[in-house]
Design a protein around this ligand. Structure first.
Ligand code: THU
Length: 137
């Protein structure tokens, strides 16, 4: 995998870009594609609330728009007013979007507080018995 610290740095550097006038809870993600490219994403909120998109899906949809289909890992970080005090786990909807494109056994979800302090999970650990594309075959 591309340097894990570099991927964490990419997510942390993206964090101030979050558009969060309502919750003030910043989230950023850095998604590593199989070809080595990296796409960052931020959460973007909306006055009507439900159109809000999470950082993880921002990153995935940017990458998929650019033709990427294979992914290795995602770093997620976040915190109130952009200050990271704890691990920021992905919501259920974002886990399901990951399930569409990623191998649950190998895709790594890295929750980072800093380049030194992070926790790693497979998608299968965070979304056991998920429903995926192969269920429709
Ligand atoms: N949020 C994310 O960006 N990712 C998650 O997985 C959890 C929640 C955002 C959505 C909203 O802008 C804010 O965090 C508070 O829910």
């Amino acid at each position: 995998m591309t340097d894990k610290k570099a991927l964490i740095r990419a997510a942390i550097e993206a964090l101030p870009g979050s558009y969060v006038p309502y919750s003030h809870f910043h989230v950023a993600a850095a998604l590593l594609c199989a070809d080595g490219s990296v796409y960052t994403g931020i959460n973007i909120e909306n006055a009507s609330y439900t159109p809000t998109i999470c950082a993880e899906r921002s990153a995935f949809f940017r990458a998929v728009n650019e033709g990427r289909r294979e992914f290795e890992a995602i770093v997620i970080c976040g915190g109130k007013e952009g200050v990271i005090t704890d691990y920021c786990a992905p919501c259920g909807v974002c886990r399901q979007v990951m399930r569409e494109f990623c191998d649950p056994e190998t895709f790594q979800i890295i929750l980072a507080k800093s380049e030194e302090e992070y926790r790693e999970f497979t998608l299968k650990e965070l979304l056991p018995m998920g429903f995926g594309p192969e269920n429709l075959m």
